[in-house]
Structures are given as structure tokens and as C-alpha cells.
Design a protein around this ligand. Structure first.
Ligand code: ZN
Length: 114
């Protein structure tokens, strides 16, 4: 991977970290509403609880991805970035553009998931 390509991925990762950070803030605000915004209505309260568990799921996924993005950011200036941890082949640019924090190539990812 060339320095220019790394620079490009660095920008992609940085942009992802910023937008994910904003999303996490929004989810956090939805999980912990300001006092007074809560409801005393029982039915509304149940759906609020259901919504909250969805928010928690999204929150967990978003924070996990943020961690992966930050690790990718630390790795990007090393020779390891863009190299599959499993087979040590280069990960395709198409995949890295979609998932810049990838540490596995598509073939290994599919095998690991199965
Ligand atoms: Zn691989």
C-alpha cells in the first residue's frame, strides 16, 4: 500500500470515528433522557424500556466498532495495516473502503464466521 493510499484510508477512518462518536452521543442521550422527559404512562413506559434495550444493543455495537477503528488508526502507519491477520495476504481496497477497520480478508472472515 502506498503512502497516498494510507493517507486516504486515514481520512476515511478519521471521518468514521467522528460520525460514530456523534452517533454514540445520540444513543447515549436516548438511553438517559433528561429528567422530566420520562413518562408516568405505564404502556409508554414499557415501550420506552423496549426501545432502551435496542439502544443498548446499538450502543454496544457502535462502541465496539469505535474501538476497532481506533486500533486501525494506530496501525495505519505500520506495515500491518490492510494485511489479513489470518492468511497475511493484502485485504482488497474495496473491502477496506467499506470497512476500513478490517483485520481479515473476505475469505478468512467468511471462514471465521462459519
Ligand atoms: Zn485472509
Amino acid at each position: 500500500m502506498t503512502t497516498a493510499q494510507k493517507q486516504e484510508f486515514k481520512q476515511i477512518i478519521e471521518a468514521e470515528i467522528v460520525s460514530l462518536g456523534e452517533e454514540i452521543e445520540k444513543i447515549r442521550a436516548a438511553i438517559y433522557p433528561e429528567k422530566g422527559e420520562g413518562t408516568s404512562d405505564k404502556v409508554a413506559h414499557i415501550s420506552f424500556k423496549q426501545e432502551q434495550s435496542l439502544h443498548f444493543q446499538r450502543y454496544e455495537e457502535a462502541t465496539k466498532r469505535l474501538g476497532r477503528l481506533k486500533r486501525a488508526m494506530l496501525k495505519i502507519d505500520t506495515a500491518d495495516y490492510g494485511i489479513c491477520q489470518e492468511c497475511e495476504e493484502a485485504i482488497s481496497f474495496e473491502r477496506l473502503k467499506l470497512v476500513p477497520e478490517s483485520v481479515y480478508c473476505v475469505a478468512c472472515m467468511n471462514e471465521l464466521v462459519l
